[in-house]
Design a protein around this ligand. Structure first.
Ligand code: URA
Length: 229
């Protein structure tokens, strides 16, 4: 990883502070002075900043219960960012593993481990996402089969991958999908002439949401490892 990133991971410095300190000659890597923030370093290297040995902070893996009217982004779009709910140091280092729409609630994974998140969201992984969906109109009898066969969404060239639909009530279903296309769930129901009025993500992979709205917790080692299929 880059030296400036390592400094952020191992201290309370922001990325720009880290760059300044490195450029000012405050750091050494394996006893050699460096002024290059982009220098590649490994966690096993001996990295010293202002005379202090730095140890990389372990990566963080978080589940958050996203409330409605919050955004999965750092940009202020008139709604609070979900990062406002997570009170940990160096929150700017964290990123979201699969965004939810502003009005969607439920399970969001947050981490600073890019490899872990990439492994979850890469299409080949086919990681299951489970949604509780409330619909405007009663669900038609043929939708389960249409979803399991695959649908052509507006603007797409290929069919959606097979999705599992469980009918819980006339206007409520549980949907399991293994893709993460833009607004996928809403577009799937639009493609069969219905409309999603409420959307809640209950589960990603084998990990089910178990914290209260707006609350968060760290994942256990077993939960983190469960995504390394
Ligand atoms: N699909 C959607 O349409 N919206 C979400 O927030 C998540 C999945």
């Amino acid at each position: 990883m880059r030296l400036d990133k390592f400094l952020c991971k191992s201290s309370e410095h922001s990325r720009s502070q880290a760059r300044h300190l490195i450029a000012a000659g405050a750091g050494t890597v394996n006893s050699l002075k460096t002024v290059d923030p982009a220098q590649q370093v490994h966690e096993n290297n001996c990295i010293i900043l202002n005379g202090q040995i730095l140890l990389a902070r372990p990566s963080r893996y978080i589940m958050l219960h996203k409330p409605a009217n919050s955004i999965c982004s750092n940009v202020d779009e008139g709604y609070p960012s979900i990062f406002n709910y997570i009170d940990v140091p160096a929150v700017d280092d964290l990123h979201i593993v699969g965004r939810l729409d502003t009005d969607t609630t439920g399970l969001v994974l947050v981490t600073d481990d890019g490899r872990w998140s990439f492994n979850i969201i890469r299409p080949q992984q086919r990681c299951e996402k489970v949604y509780l969906v409330d619909l405007r109109s009663p669900i038609s009898a043929d939708v389960t089969e249409k979803f399991s066969t695959g649908l052509l969404l507006h603007g797409e060239k290929s069919l959606t991958l097979p999705a599992k639909l469980e009918v819980l009530g006339p206007r409520q279903v549980r949907l399991t999908i293994t893709q993460g296309k833009y607004h996928q769930v809403k577009r799937m129901f639009a493609a069969v002439g219905n409309k999603v009025v409420k959307l809640h993500r209950q589960q990603i992979g084998s990990l089910a949401l178990d914290v209260q709205e707006s609350d968060w917790r760290y994942l256990s080692s077993a939960e983190i490892a469960s995504f390394n299929l």
